[in-house]
Design a protein around this ligand. Structure first.
Ligand code: MN
Length: 300
């Protein structure tokens, strides 16, 4: 099917600079082999960002402005039967990409590969970093301030699964519990194996839905292997496990309707290690998405 790669250059959701340069770098790398359609949206360079860690509504308006534009761009293509691939940027951009897909396909599930659950609210966040709030916004758990642009159904928490979490704030844990989303931790991956966990995630997100949005945060991977992220967490998964996740995603691509790869921060990368992994993941997904529908009659 037709693919549409969107570089979403925003680091408004985090107090560390650099994630806005991730898509610039990765889209440049893709040029060599990607012949499909693509576009870029960069944050306004003139804005003065707040990095104040006690500011709980940090850059809220700027993010709303950015995501409103991003949402419209992705929605238009999703409605036109493209497979959107969003390259972040910090994870706040996923509010736009996931909800554009939810609007276009009506009833979808979501799998959130991440070291964090990203389930804070403006009341519970300690850092004020909005990249820690998107999954709550997407699944309709408070945070309506992050989806003023949206008039569709949010994704049901019962169809939302986090894979690879290992750092959840205390108050955030309560949000997760009340919401009813499913969380598989890094420990679950160690015990059951990555394939079994991802298979279960697809079962939950795919149960009576018309598609699944995938959001992959590179901080899922261990920072020894992929240091180029803004908020690294120790004890992450291996590169081999990350590639296995990609294989599982490709195996289930008949269900997958859209994909994000976020949080690559070139200013934090060492020896282009993270960049290389990100490109490998993206190249596989793009190729699989281009072939999607060629061999089956499934509509999604
Ligand atoms: Mn994240």
């Amino acid at each position: 099917m037709k693919t549409y790669v969107i570089g979403a250059g925003s680091d408004l959701g985090v107090h560390i600079d650099g994630a806005h340069l991730g898509p610039v770098q990765l889209m440049n790398d893709l040029k060599g082999f990607y012949k499909g359609e693509s576009t870029s949206l960069m944050q306004d360079e003139n804005i003065i960002k707040s990095r104040n860690l006690s500011d709980r509504r940090k850059n809220e308006y700027e993010i709303d402005k950015f995501n409103t534009k991003l949402y419209k761009m992705i929605l238009e293509k999703a409605k036109d039967n493209y497979f959107p691939i969003t390259i972040g940027g910090d994870h706040s951009v996923a509010v736009a990409s996931a909800l554009a897909s939810a609007k276009a396909h009506e009833n979808i599930g979501i799998i959130w590969f991440d070291a964090h659950t990203d389930y804070n609210t403006f009341d519970t966040t300690v850092s004020g970093n909005i990249h820690g709030l998107p999954l709550a916004a997407i699944t309709g758990y408070k945070n309506h301030e992050l989806r003023y642009f949206y008039d569709g159904n949010t994704i049901q928490p019962s169809k939302a699964v986090v894979v690879g979490a290992r750092s959840i704030d205390d108050w955030e844990k309560d949000n997760v519990k009340y919401s009813g989303i499913t969380v598989f931790t890094t420990e679950d991956i160690k015990q059951k194996g990555v394939e079994a966990v991802v298979e279960e995630a697809f079962k939950i997100a795919g149960e009576k839905t018309k598609g699944i949005h995938i959001s992959f945060d590179l901080d899922l991977i261990d920072p020894e292997i992929a240091p180029g992220v803004s908020v690294p967490e120790f004890d992450g998964i291996t590169e081999e496990e990350a590639m296995k996740i990609n294989e599982e995603i490709m195996k289930h691509l008949d269900q997958v309707v859209s994909y994000d790869l976020v949080e690559f921060n070139p200013l934090r990368d060492i020896g282009r290690k993270t960049e290389q992994i990100a490109i490998n993941l993206l190249a596989q997904i793009i190729k699989a998405a281009e072939n999607k529908g060629k061999f089956t009659n499934k509509k999604y």
